[in-house]
Every structure is written in C-alpha cells, then in structure tokens.
Design a protein around this ligand. Structure first.
Ligand code: AMP
Length: 191
C-alpha cells in the first residue's frame, strides 16, 4: 500500500493538491475536515458536537476524529492506499494512526509537509471564504484561531514523523501545477 499524509497549515492547499494526487496514484482520500462537514450536514450528534469547536477555529477532540478515521479505514479494506488530509493534527492522533495502520499490516510511507508564509495563508483563507461557503473561512478571528491551533497543537506532528525520517517538505507557493509536480517528484522517489 501507499499511505501518505499531506500536511500543512490551514490554507496551504492540502484539499486542492489531494484531489489531484488521489487521481494520479489511485488513493482513497480521507479528509477529516470533509468527514466532519458531512456529519454536520447530516445533523448527526457527532456533527453537532464537532460544530461547536469548528465554529471557533478549535480542533475537535482527538477521540472524535480518531473514531471517524478508524471507521473509514474499516469501510475501505481493499484500496491501494490512503491519502490523509488534515489528519493527524496532534501527536496523539499520529500515534493512534500508526496503531491503526499496524493493525492493517501497513504503515505511513511519507508525510509531505507544505510550507506557506503566514501572510499568504491569511490572504488565501479569507479569499476562499468568499466562495467556499465555509463559515470558518469568513471571520478573520476564526481564521487566526485556526492558525494558532496549528502552531500550538499541530506543528508538533511533523516532529513526530521526523523521528522516523518520514518528513519531506515542499514549497506550497507558486502555481497549483508546479506544487503538484514537486509533490509527485517526492512521492515517486519513495515508490
Ligand atoms: P479542515 O477542512 O481540514 O481545514 O478542517 C476544518 C476544521 O475541522 C478544523 O478547523 C477543525 O476544527 C476540524 N478538524 C479537521 N480535522 C481535524 C483533526 N484531524 N483534528 C481535530 N479537528 C479537526
């Protein structure tokens, strides 16, 4: 299997690049943000709980997202691999993912970490808010809170994978095609 993590702050382009990568490499896309928004749309109790955190730009509790990933892995037994997007976002989620992968007899191959300047992130997120219909993209305070959560809780996930030599960094600024080519170059070196 080929199991990749696409990592980076909110607005770094994970969603855009994921859509292209899953097509090229035939992977199953698992975005916890998309899964949570679908739970909210269906008004499930999980969705209602998650919404309280998402509206404030805060991370949803680990147990909630880990449970969602566990069931997504169970319902996709025969795929070529997974592309994790927006997960893991804490070292505890990363450790849980490693355990879940081990249970499947597989592991994470690589974390692709996209680097984008803070100024560019704010511009991109507020611009996305004009069209995405995502309430957490329209309010500057919420956008800032998400970036703060990233620094306080999520950046450490890169350290977690560094200890296993699994991190490659890619410049997340430039054209969508140029960034995609850089990501593919890194992936192709691993497979
Ligand atoms: P995203 O679509 O990845 O930007 O995620 C939108 C929001 O969903 C985040 O700001 C968090 O509130 C929540 N979320 C998504 N993925 C996770 C995760 N792995 N852990 C905790 N919260 C998450």
């Amino acid at each position: 299997m080929l199991n990749l993590i696409l990592f980076g702050p909110p607005g770094s382009g994970k969603g855009t690049q994921s859509e292209k990568l899953i097509v090229k490499y035939g992977l199953k896309h698992l975005s916890t943000g998309d899964l949570l928004r679908s739970e909210i749309a269906q008004q499930t109790s999980l969705g209602l709980e998650a919404k309280n955190f998402m509206d404030k730009g805060q991370l949803v509790p680990d147990a909630v997202v880990i449970g969602m990933i566990r069931s997504a892995l169970e319902t996709n037994p025969d795929v070529k691999g997974f592309l994790f997007d927006g997960f893991p976002r804490t070292p505890a989620q990363a450790a849980a993912l490693d355990e879940l992968m081990e249970l499947k007899g597989t592991s994470i191959n690589t974390m692709l970490a996209m680097e984008v300047s803070e100024q560019e992130l704010m511009i991109r997120l507020l611009k996305r808010g004009e069209t995405s219909g995502r309430s957490d993209d329209t309010n500057e305070e919420v956008v800032k809170a998400r970036i703060t959560e990233y620094h306080n809780k999520t950046a450490a996930v890169a350290d977690y994978y560094h200890q296993f030599g699994k991190v490659v960094t890619v410049k997340g600024e430039g054209s969508i095609e140029a960034i995609f080519n850089s990501l593919c170059k890194e992936i192709d070196q691993k497979i």
